[in-house]
Design a protein around this ligand. Structure first.
Ligand SMILES: Nc1ncnc2c1ncn2[C@@H]1O[C@H](COP(=O)(O)OP(=O)(O)O)[C@@H](O)[C@H]1O
Ligand SMILES: CC(C)(COP(=O)(O)O)[C@@H](O)C(=O)NCCC(=O)O
Length: 276
């Protein structure tokens, strides 16, 4: 029997709870079939999430051909959700590793209270430190919120801090919910990619491109800030559910695929090395 110890990585975000398998021997993420997600709303109330998670994950956790060596959790959903995952791990006798900020990794956050920093932001910053050759980096995550974090290498990796603004879907939703007539809208293709004129002549384009341009302009303002501060243009990394689409608005950005999962695995590996 081919026994490959795998790590079950879980990224619990406000819109989607995502999970995938990391092959601990080959040191890569298992094939695309093993990337899954569930709407976060379907796991509420979180104190009962163990049952739904059990239905979703029990086949993975009971797979004797590919035994799960540990479950790795990056959680921004609070203690009830963490407890639900812990209960699930106990039921399957699998150890749980919960990501926290400023522990055994070679990067420090300047956040006043590091435990307040979103674990998904921290994990993605760790992934930047592992993937970037640049000293000055700006990481943008387009999820329920859009977060922008400065990550620099100055004789060691530092997270300087960052900003949180409503994400694309959150902006579209707030216009729809707070007005009488504005429809639900999706991110539009920017005018530069279309034959149509620059100025939007439909409601879809007016909102869809307006929000896209607004988010891109926000990113550009922080690129300018870092360039001024460090006298070099930062490398910009995009992650999160809307990253692919936002590259149309900001072509100089690099996509950082699976940023949270990459940071989560790195955090786990550092903690295991720290223990041995
Ligand atoms: N190709 C895509 N795959 C997954 N989500 C996408 C994609 N394109 C847009 N989205 C949107 O991205 C959001 C989820 O992003 P994600 O980074 O998982 O958010 P969160 O971490 O806040 O749960 C959803 O609102 C989803 O509609
Ligand atoms: C800002 C966030 C809501 C983003 O979460 P997401 O959009 O990925 O679901 C999350 O990182 C969070 O809850 N942060 C805690 C506050 C902070 O980072 O300062």
């Amino acid at each position: 029997m081919n026994q490959t110890p795998v790590l079950l990585c879980m990224d619990a975000g406000n819109t989607l709870v995502k999970w995938c398998l990391f092959d601990n021997l080959q040191q890569n993420f298992s094939n695309a079939m093993n990337f899954s997600s569930q709407p976060t709303s379907e796991l509420k109330p979180f104190e009962n999430a163990c049952t739904v998670l059990g239905d979703l994950l029990s086949s993975v956790l009971s797979d004797l051909d590919n035994p799960v060596a540990a479950v790795l959790l990056c959680n921004v959903l609070g203690p009830d959700f963490e407890r639900a995952v812990r209960r699930l791990c106990e039921q399957h006798h699998v150890p749980l590793h919960v990501l926290s900020v400023n522990t055994k990794v070679p990067m420090r956050s300047a956040y006043e209270n590091p435990s307040q920093l979103g674990k998904d932001r921290w994990a993605a910053c760790l992934a930047v430190s592992q993937n970037s050759h640049a000293q000055v980096n700006l990481l943008v995550s387009f999820g329920t919120a859009t977060t922008v974090d400065a990550v620099v290498d100055q004789a060691g990796w530092q997270h300087l801090g960052g900003f949180i603004v409503p994400g694309l879907h959150t902006m579209f939703d707030s216009l729809h919910v707070n007005t009488a007539e504005l429809p639900p809208v999706r991110l539009g293709v920017p005018a530069s990619h279309l034959d149509s004129g620059f100025w939007p002549g439909t409601t879809q384009r007016a909102i869809g491109e307006g929000v896209g341009r607004m988010q891109a302009a926000f990113v550009q303002s922080l690129v300018n800030q870092l360039a001024h501060q460090y006298e070099q243009t930062p490398v910009v990394w995009f992650s999160g559910g809307f990253a692919h689409q936002m590259v149309m608005y900001f072509p100089q950005a690099h996509l950082l695929e699976h940023a949270v999962f990459k940071g989560l695995v790195f955090d786990y590996q550092c903690s295991v090395q720290g223990r041995s």
